[in-house]
Ligand binder design. Structure first.
Ligand SMILES: *[C@@H]1O[C@H](CO)[C@@H](O)[C@H](O)[C@H]1NC(C)=O
Length: 148
């Protein structure tokens, strides 16, 4: 049971990774998109992510999961960050996420730091979620953090 669940989730990650590569290929996303308009963007995200993981190792997994849940509903558009309003229940508090997703505070911290570093609101929240997930993986393996 546990093994088949692991195999299933491995397959799911493979399919997700393949879909991401496919969409990157057709939409011509570029890993150095911010190098001209704000060269400090990616190093700033990495710095805040590393600091958060050093402070609490489990945050690495939480930031990866946050990105995954963001992509789950209609693409990786940062919709998971939307707060509820009186007439709208956001993804943040929807069934699978309510009291379960973590790391919103770290994303807020990254957004504030990046807005300072870029002198304005240049870096999209969707990109922050994606880059923070990537940097989390690197940080966790680099710091040899055991987050299980
Ligand atoms: C989310 O959890 C809070 C606290 O446990 C609860 O009050 C609220 O009704 C939940 N929201 C949804 C949409 O289920």
């Amino acid at each position: 049971m546990a093994r088949s669940r692991k195999v299933l989730s491995f397959c799911f990650i493979q399919i997700t990774a393949f879909s991401c590569l496919f969409f990157m290929a057709i939409s011509q996303l570029s890993p150095d998109f911010y190098s001209d308009i704000c060269p400090q963007a990616l190093p700033t995200i990495r710095l805040v992510v590393y600091a958060a993981i050093v402070k609490e190792p489990r945050m690495g997994a939480s930031l990866l999961r946050l990105h995954f849940h963001d992509c789950f509903v209609n693409g990786c558009d940062a919709s998971v960050l939307l707060d509820d309003t009186q007439s709208f229940t956001g993804e943040k508090t929807a069934g699978p996420n309510n009291n379960s997703l973590r790391g919103f505070d770290v994303i807020d911290e990254i957004k504030a730091a990046v807005n300072l570093a870029c002198f304005g609101n240049i870096v999209s929240c969707a990109d922050i979620l994606a880059v923070a997930a990537r940097d989390s993986i690197v940080a966790v393996s680099f710091l040899q953090v055991n987050f299980f």
